[in-house]
Design a protein around this ligand. Structure first.
Ligand SMILES: Nc1ncnc2c1ncn2[C@@H]1O[C@H](COP(=O)(O)OP(=O)(O)O)[C@@H](O)[C@H]1O
Ligand SMILES: [Mg+2]
Length: 251
């Protein structure tokens, strides 16, 4: 039994079948990559995990419970957290303030900027926020404005914000998109560390094969809305269907 189980999911946009009979089984504590050409349906699938989209048919089970019909913020509270393609941080606040918001929200049960106005003498929450910054190696940047961070550091900050919610499942949509090689490698290292320290399950959508093969314990390949392969990384590499999907067959 996986922590996330997807069965026979279909999703159409008008006449376009974005997902067709998708099955996916993500084992607890693993990093599971979802790869595939542009337009394969990867983001659509992820949106079905966070309640942003509802599948036309099929089931999505997280930790033994159906996620269908559950509102995004409720899904978030059950332990599913998503890292966005463009970091969702508060640019005009400092690094430390950014992390305090989800730490207070976790305690108070709401994700609002007002959380900041109640920050006085909340030692435990402040300590947690500090620990989060240490975990992503950003404690030395805590007083910097978020807007002044490099792309890689913005990603790191967003990761700390996600981790503050103590997720059981972390969803990442192209976490290294647009990054320079050095930042990409830092992100790989960061994700590997997080998994090692916290045993968080991660589903990673990724284009960069270097990232995929550095991190993933299991890989699902989507092409034209269908899972054409799900296997160990070493078996995916030489998979003829996968090569076909990437080298022009499907697109
Ligand atoms: N909200 C939407 N409305 C209409 N079509 C969409 C919508 N979202 C995605 N699509 C289409 O569904 C297909 C899969 O898109 P997407 O899931 O974004 O692919 P990927 O993330 O793998 O690149 C694409 O053809 C895309 O144009
Ligand atoms: Mg996408």
């Amino acid at each position: 039994m996986g922590i996330l189980e997807v069965q026979n999911v279909n999703k159409s946009f008008g006449g376009l079948k974005a997902l067709q009979n998708v099955n996916l089984d993500i084992e607890e504590g693993t990093i599971h990559a979802i790869i595939g050409p542009n337009g394969a349906g990867k983001s659509t699938l992820l949106n079905c995990f966070v309640g942003k989209l509802v599948p036309d048919t099929g089931t999505v089970m997280f930790d033994g419970k159906s996620l269908l019909g559950i509102k995004p913020h409720e899904i978030n509270q059950t332990g599913v957290s998503r890292v966005f393609q463009t970091p969702e941080i508060f640019s005009e606040l400092t690094v430390a303030e950014n992390v305090l918001i989800p730490c207070f929200a976790k305690r108070d049960g709401a994700f609002t900027l007002n959380a900041l106005s109640r920050v006085t003498g909340e030692v435990d929450v402040r300590e947690k926020a500090e620990q989060m910054l240490i975990d992503v190696s950003m404690e030395d940047k805590k007083d910097m404005l978020a807007s002044s961070l490099s792309r890689g550091d913005k990603r790191r900050l967003e990761m700390a914000m996600c981790l503050s919610q103590d997720p059981k499942l972390l969803l990442l949509d192209e976490p290294t998109a647009g990054m320079a090689r050095a930042d990409t490698n830092n992100t790989i290292e960061l994700l590997a560390q997080i998994q090692e320290r916290r045993h968080i399950t991660m589903a990673v959508i990724e284009h960069d094969m270097h990232v995929v093969f550095s991190l993933a314990q299991k890989i699902s390949v989507l092409a034209q809305g269908t899972v054409i392969a799900e296997d160990l990384p070493e078996n995916i590499k030489g998979h003829p269907k996968v090569q076909e999907a990437y080298l022009g067959g499907a697109h």
